[in-house]
Design a protein around this ligand. Structure first.
Ligand SMILES: [Zn+2]
Length: 110
């Protein structure tokens, strides 16, 4: 099996566990790393090439392109379980945090 075949199957496996909602988000319904002893319950995870990876990052990589080194994927839809690459944008950590804070403020102010 080539890595291309592997990638296709990985993407199938990933999309199998996603459900599209009314906002067009592809919402991950599979496993999440939190719950027991892990600090983060925010993102879904999946096995890929022998490693555990974050699902939206893998979805973006398989459907679009590699995420540039040092960049994070920001959820433009603000749904952390969404894996739709149309809703993801590679940004710096500082930009990601800045947007998250802005979104929280906007939510508070209604
Ligand atoms: Zn979304």
């Amino acid at each position: 099996m080539t890595w291309d075949d592997y990638d296709r199957r990985a993407l199938d496996r990933l999309m199998d566990k996603c459900v599209e909602d009314e906002a067009g988000c592809w919402v991950w319904k599979g496993s999440r790393p939190g719950g027991k002893n892990r600090a983060s319950t925010t993102y879904g995870d999946i096995q890929y090439r022998g490693r555990t990876v974050v699902v939206h990052r893998l979805a973006y990589t398989l459907m679009r392109a590699d995420v540039p080194n040092g960049l994070e994927l920001d959820h433009l839809c603000r749904n952390p379980l969404c894996v739709n690459p149309d809703h993801l944008e590679p940004v710096t950590h500082a930009e990601n945090v800045r947007r998250a804070v802005a979104a929280r403020k906007a939510a508070r102010n209604g």
